[in-house]
Design a protein around this ligand. Structure first.
Ligand SMILES: *[C@@H]1O[C@H](CO)[C@@H](O)[C@H](O)[C@H]1NC(C)=O
Ligand SMILES: [Zn+2]
Length: 583
């Protein structure tokens, strides 16, 4: 029989417990705000509430709160219980963290450490930027550390290719090692000092061109790259960190790295365990020798923290449109003698695709011209026929998820084939708006209207959207604007200087564009349910905006600034608030 004392103790506990419960905000505050308690709670879960949360999830498309545990979303819910006053005090509107489906991480970091030549309108302006850069970077241009730049375009030099001599600026640059990437990174332009390192005469390289003394395109870039001094591990690490910092600022939480050499993959793997690694990377391996099978140099990987994944390979069928490098079924309209350059023949492309696929890799082929796209689809189709006996090509493709990188110019018959098989197009909406000024000159009216820069036509294939940074700015909202309007995010205008949009029947909705930068890249990286979505079990990656996306007018899309970026439940970027004094 329980003693009286015991009963009193019990009822006191119950009474005290209910008082504590009713006033828990007040009474428990010292406890809940104590560090020990917070640490303890964090082991379980942490709840975040915002004015609105757009989840991209069918279960609960619009929510207000979510909880996070171990870097993943645990619960997503509507907070029906909080009073209006609590809701009013909340700040910001949340969408899932953004993914860039095709970029180049190290090159982006390196571009931050080199001369920015984008937008230079003349040779003079270009030279001025080089001189200005050199004045601030004493050590750039030595034989150990070449002066690097990116963004030139011969279209801005009155259509004439530049030459090595042009880089001897005012006699000052004579002894400098200079290497500048063309705007599409498919050609490099080097100084005389670099030329002096190369064999004479230059070797013939299949799938490459040397259009002027000092300019090397596509496979011919290898002639120079053999002599390019390998940057130290410290510099490469710095580039990656700088790149990630810039990407976080733009609300980017993940990216597909479209071509990473085996040595670089090792560095990624090593760095991906550190706290400084704040962008998830899905890498496509690129062999030291392009378009080969080098499975013994790489390993498939998916780190437990979800920071780094590698199970795909990048192959290159052709070059780029701007330098007449894309391989076309018919000659160029403004250069009838040429239909571009294949970097690899059809037999070899199919053979390597087959080898990688049978080794269990997703194969992603760079194809810009309509011939390149056709050969890529042929290669995929042939591989799929042998990969999954007893399944349809479509079922097999759902397993392997082969992709065409750029998917820029595709014959209508081949668009049809892609639709039938389900081949994933990886598209850069800002390439369309950057190229719109010359695309029709190069392709003619029919090809431009039926084949080029399709977006809406390819929507059933759940296209992956990206920027190809550093080729284009990494800002996802510029990509969304370009896809939604088919107008330049820089000027707001189309190729005619109007606001109709360039071939505006290929625009997509805001909804579709957002999917292109969230759930579609997740699927194309075998990360569906883990990335691009706010739902239980997914990586706790989100960004905070000032206004809800759907209420913004189209014009303000291209100027959106991200307030906060969170990766794995940790804040990795926060904009300086104009309301808060900086001191
Ligand atoms: C394709 O290229 C490979 C490797 O360069 C070569 O061995 C082969 O003969 C070529 N095939 C055709 C049909 O040209
Ligand atoms: Zn690229």
């Amino acid at each position: 029989m329980p003693s009286l004392g015991w009963l009193i103790t019990l009822s006191t506990f119950i009474l005290l417990g209910s008082v504590v419960y009713q006033n828990q905000q007040k009474l428990l505050e010292p406890i809940t705000s104590s560090l020990a308690f917070k640490v303890l709670l964090q082991l379980f879960e942490e709840t975040h509430c915002y004015v609105t949360v757009r989840t991209n999830s069918a279960d609960l498309p619009h929510a207000e709160c979510f909880s996070v545990a171990n870097g993943k979303f645990k619960r997503v819910f509507l907070d029906e219980t909080s009073m209006d006053i609590v809701k009013e005090r909340r700040k910001g509107h949340v969408i899932p963290g953004l993914w860039d489906g095709h970029g180049h991480l190290s090159q982006f970091g390196e571009s931050l450490d080199s001369v920015d030549l984008f937008g230079t309108k003349s040779m003079d302006e270009m030279k001025q930027r080089l001189v200005k850069y050199k004045a601030g970077h004493e050590d750039a241009g030595t034989s150990e550390q070449w002066l690097r730049g990116v963004g030139w375009d011969q279209a801005n030099f009155k259509g004439k290719w530049p030459v090595a001599k042009d880089l001897d600026i005012d006699g000052q640059f004579k002894d400098l090692y200079v290497m500048l990437d063309r705007v599409d990174v498919h050609c490099i332009w080097v100084s005389e000092k670099v030329l002096s390192l190369l064999p004479n005469p230059l070797p013939e390289i299949a799938g490459g061109e040397v259009p002027a003394k000092g300019v090397f395109c596509d496979n011919a870039m290898d002639i120079v790259m053999k002599y390019y001094p390998k940057p130290s591990k410290e510099r490469r690490t710095q580039w990656i960190q700088d790149a990630m910092f810039e990407l976080n600022k733009l609300g980017i939480v993940g990216m597909h790295d479209a071509g990473v050499f085996p040595s670089e993959l090792k560095l990624y793997e090593e760095l991906s365990t550190s706290d400084a690694w704040t962008v998830r990377v899905y890498a496509m391996a690129e062999c030291e020798t392009r378009n080969t099978f080098c499975a013994e140099d790489v390993t498939k990987i998916s780190t437990p923290n979800g920071n780094f994944h590698m199970q795909s390979v990048k192959l290159f069928a052709d070059g780029a449109l701007g330098s007449w490098g894309s391989a076309m079924l018919e000659p160029y309209s403004d250069k009838k003698s040429s239909s571009g350059t294949l970097l690899v023949n059809a037999t070899t492309l199919s053979k390597i695709t087959h080898e990688w696929a049978h080794a269990g890799y997703q194969v992603n082929i760079h194809a810009i011209g309509d011939l390149a796209a056709r050969l890529a689809i042929n290669a995929f189709e042939e591989a799929l026929k042998t990969l999954c006996p007893g399944s349809t090509l479509r079922e097999c493709q759902a397993k392997y998820r082969f992709r065409i990188e750029h998917a820029q110019i595709i014959h209508p018959d081949d668009q049809q084939r892609m639709n039938e098989i389900g081949i994933i197009p990886s598209i850069q909406p800002t390439h369309a708006t950057s190229d719109m000024h010359y695309a029709e000159t190069k392709l003619g009216k029919r090809r431009t209207s039926e084949e080029a820069y399709r977006m809406r036509s390819l929507l059933p294939l759940k296209p992956v959207f990206g920027s190809d940074f550093p080729v284009e700015p990494a800002d996802v909202f510029q990509g969304i604007y370009a896809a939604v309007t088919r107008r330049s995010p820089k000027t707001g205008l189309d190729a005619d200087g109007q606001t109709k949009g360039w071939y505006d029947d290929e625009t997509v909705t805001l909804e579709d564009a957002l999917e292109g930068f969230t759930v579609n890249p997740a699927y194309a990286a075998f990360l569906e349910g883990k990335a691009g979505v706010i739902e239980a079990g997914a990586y706790a990656d989100w960004i905070v905006l000032e206004e809800p996306l759907e209420t913004l007018d189209t014009e303000s899309l291209r100027n959106i600034k991200v307030k906060e970026t969170w990766v794995g439940g940790k804040m990795v970027y926060r904009a300086a608030s104009p309301m808060e004094a900086p001191w």
